[in-house]
Design a protein around this ligand. Structure first.
Ligand code: UDP
Length: 366
């Protein structure tokens, strides 16, 4: 049977590919809708690597990334390109995930053409427009435009309701990133027992550029001295603000491995094998608890409070002393480590978010 409805899925960056993948695959396997994947390629290399790994072939590649692009210039190139595609494809719905310039561009395009927009991972809030910038502003703007708000948690749903979004438009689905994570884990070989203490580090957020990043790295150097049996593995983001400082401060240290961004399957495998995770990433805050790994969050605030409330993540800021003491407490104190790992709760999803999202769209009057 040939599908009569078209749904456009817009993807811009690596985490968007990870979180849209289960929706794209489920739509492509269905007979009721035709799925058209548009990539803006707001980040080129890491997106391409991920699309290939997750077996997503885009129908349209806008190839918008420029060196030193500003969000304004990116959005200005994105809007006419997305509009042309929507005019030609006539979708009944446009879907995008998260809080990047791409999701704002997709939501605005759909709004201008009166196409229903579905926001995947809706309702995350820090209520501080500077942290993260520009993402917090984008999330709030997109929430004004969406027809369906797919909230990953009840907390996100509560935030949306408090902003006046009609409850019938909000659906608590879990996070689709956990769908992709659990599907990936099911394809990996079981973890072999390993006595090595591995600290997995990722740090790349804009609000940590400069002094906070320097102080995180100072904390890492102190940990290396206090825990000579620990190995720190850091897949370094290619952004020059991160790359140059990481190599200047940490490069060549015998306990610290600075590596290229890892293939997703390798990264998931490393998350499973490591002792603990230090990160300023959003997605990794969600993934670590689902794998039973303690996650220390290198930020001042987080829009993912559920992990902290459940005791499986801790917000430790970026000061060298707090990074050092939070890590050393987990390494030296088995009871503290057990506090974070004993419960095995996954606050952000159970692996079925995409199915729920698609059911909601399929049964809507579109
Ligand atoms: N990730 C990856 N390889 C790496 C580092 C991260 O595949 O070397 C994955 C990770 O599992 C998570 C996502 O990339 O799903 C997080 O991306 P990022 O930290 O860039 O973005 P955020 O989640 O903060 O938006």
């Amino acid at each position: 049977m040939k599908a009569t409805r078209t749904i456009v899925c817009v993807i811009g960056t690596r985490p968007e590919a990870i979180k849209m993948a289960p929706i794209v695959h489920a739509l492509r396997a269905s007979t009721w809708a035709r799925c058209v994947v548009v990539i803006t390629a707001q980040h080129r290399d890491m997106l391409d690597q991920m699309l290939e790994r997750l077996d997503i072939r885009p129908d349209f590649d806008l190839d918008l990334m420029h060196q030193d692009q500003t969000p304004t210039a990116l959005l200005a190139r994105m809007l006419p390109a997305l509009e042309t595609i929507c005019l030609a494809e006539k979708p009944v719905a446009v879907l995008a995930q998260g809080d990047t310039t791409t999701v704002l561009g997709a939501a605005l395009t759909a709004f201008h053409q009166r196409i229903a927009f579905g926001h995947v991972e809706a309702g995350l809030r820090s209520y501080d427009l500077e942290h993260p910038f520009p993402e917090e502003g984008y999330r709030q703007m997109v929430s004004r435009l969406a027809q369906w708000h797919f909230a990953p948690t009840t907390g996100a749903s509560t935030a949306l309701q408090a902003e006046g979004i009609a409850p019938e438009r909000i659906h608590v689905t879990g996070n689709t990133g956990i769908d992709t994570l659990l599907q990936t884990v099911s394809k990996l070989a079981p973890v072999a027992p390993n006595a090595e203490k591995i600290i997995l580090l990722t740090a790349h957020r804009r609000e940590n550029f400069g002094r906070p990043m320097k102080s995180i790295f100072e904390g890492i150097l102190r940990i290396a001295i206090r825990a000579p049996d620990a190995r720190i593995i850091y897949p370094v983001h290619p952004n020059p603000n991160v790359h140059t400082l990481a190599h200047t401060m940490l490069g060549g240290h015998p306990q610290i491995s600075l590596v290229q961004p890892l293939d997703y399957f390798e990264f998931v495998d490393l998350m499973r094998r490591c002792t603990l995770i230090l990160t300023d990433s959003g997605g990794i805050q969600e993934e670590a608890p689902a794998l039973g790994k303690p996650v220390l969050v290198l930020r001042q605030t987080t829009e993912r409070p559920e992990g902290i409330a459940a005791g499986v993540s801790r917000l430790i800021g970026t000061e060298a002393e707090s990074v050092e003491s939070a890590v050393m407490s987990l390494l030296e104190n088995p009871s503290d480590y057990h506090v974070m790992t004993g419960k095995r709760v996954s606050p952000y999803g159970d692996g079925y978010a995409a199915d729920r999202i698609i059911d909601i769209i399929r049964t809507s009057a579109i």
